[in-house]
Write a protein that binds this ligand. Structure first.
Ligand SMILES: Nc1ncnc2c1ncn2[C@@H]1O[C@H](COP(=O)(O)OP(=O)(O)OP(=O)(O)O)[C@@H](O)[C@H]1O
Length: 250
C-alpha cells in the first residue's frame, strides 16, 4: 500500500499516509492504542472499503482467493460441526466436501483438532474455537491472512499457547500474516516487523524489525534480545498514546 489515507464523512482521519509493502512469508504486526486506524487498515487491505487517497496493489493482480481473515470472535456457525465450519469457504465457491476433504483433514491436523472434526462449537473451549477459525482462514491456502486481535479475548495461558501454535503454523505453511494487536509482547514474539500506530490522525509512527529467526520458542520470551525490543516497542507505544492524551486535552 502506498500513501494510503482514509477519512470518514470528509472529517475523521482514520488513516493517513500509510505505506507498507508485504512480501511472501512476512509476519507484520500493527500495534497501537484504540482508534489509531488498525482495523481501518485491515478493512482497506481486505477491499471492504476504498481508500480516500493512495493505492493498494497486489503483485500479479488480486483474486478472491487471496485472503483469509480471522476476527477477535471466532464467528463459527453454532449449528455446524468443526468440519463443516472449516468447509465453508469451499462451499461458498460451490465445491463438494468430498473434493476438499483431504485438505480439511490436513488443516485440522495442523491446528491439532483432528479428533474434533465432528464436534460442535459449544463443545469446544475458547482456544479451540479460535483454532477452528484459523483453520477456516488457512484452508484455501490464501496469499495473505489478516488477523484482527484474534487472541485478545482469551486468557493469558491460552493466548501464549496459541502464539506458539501460530508460529508452528507459519513454519509449516509459510503463510503471510498481518496481525493487529494491542499487546507489545505478542507483537514482538510473533512478528518480523512491527508498525506502531498513533491516532488522530491514524498513522504509523515507528517501525521495528525483529531479527530473531523462526522458529521461536518459549526461551525467546526470556531472552535479552526480546526484552530490548519489547522495551523499545513499548516506549514507542507509550509515546503514541501520549500524543492521544495531549491531543485530547487541546
Ligand atoms: N465507519 C466509520 N465512520 C466514521 N468513523 C469511523 C468509521 N470507522 C472507523 N472510524 C473512526 O476511525 C478511527 C480509526 O478507527 P479503527 O477502528 O480503524 O481504529 P482501531 O485502531 O482499529 O481501534 P480499536 O483498537 O479500538 O479497534 C476512529 O476514530 C474511529 O472512530
Amino acid at each position: 500500500m502506498q500513501e494510503v489515507g482514509k477519512s470518514f464523512n470528509g472529517k475523521v482521519a482514520a488513516l493517513r499516509g500509510m505505506s507498507l509493502s508485504v512480501n511472501e512469508g512476512d509476519f507484520i504486526s500493527l500495534l497501537g492504542p484504540s482508534g489509531c486506524g488498525k482495523s481501518t487498515a485491515l478493512r482497506l487491505i481486505a477491499g471492504l472499503m476504498r481508500p480516500t487517497s493512495g493505492r493498494i496493489t497486489w503483485e500479479g493482480g488480486q483474486s478472491p482467493d487471496d485472503l483469509g481473515v480471522v476476527f477477535q470472535e471466532p464467528t463459527l456457525m453454532p449449528w455446524a460441526t468443526v468440519m463443516d465450519n472449516v468447509f465453508l469457504p469451499f462451499r461458498l465457491r460451490g465445491q463438494s466436501l468430498a473434493s476438499v476433504r483431504a485438505r480439511i483433514d490436513e488443516v485440522l491436523h495442523l491446528v491439532g483438532l483432528d479428533r474434533f472434526a465432528g464436534a460442535y462449537p459449544r463443545e469446544l473451549s475458547g482456544g479451540m474455537k479460535m483454532r477452528v477459525s484459523i483453520a477456516r482462514a488457512l484452508v484455501t491456502n490464501p496469499r495473505l491472512i489478516l488477523m484482527d486481535e484474534p487472541f485478545a479475548a482469551l486468557d493469558e495461558i491460552t493466548r501464549q499457547k496459541l502464539n506458539n501454535d501460530l508460529l508452528g503454523l507459519k513454519a509449516a505453511t509459510g503463510c503471510t500474516v498481518i496481525f493487529v494487536t494491542h499487546s507489545v509482547f505478542e507483537s514482538v514474539f510473533l512478528s518480523d516487523r512491527i508498525l506502531v500506530m498513533a491516532p488522530r490522525p491514524g498513522r504509523v509512527v515507528s517501525e521495528f524489525t525483529v531479527d530473531t529467526p523462526y522458529p521461536r520458542d518459549t526461551s525467546f520470551r526470556t531472552s535479552a534480545e526480546y526484552g530490548a525490543i519489547a522495551r523499545a516497542t513499548s516506549d514507542a507505544l507509550m509515546a503514541a498514546m501520549g500524543n492521544t492524551e495531549l491531543e485530547a486535552a487541546t
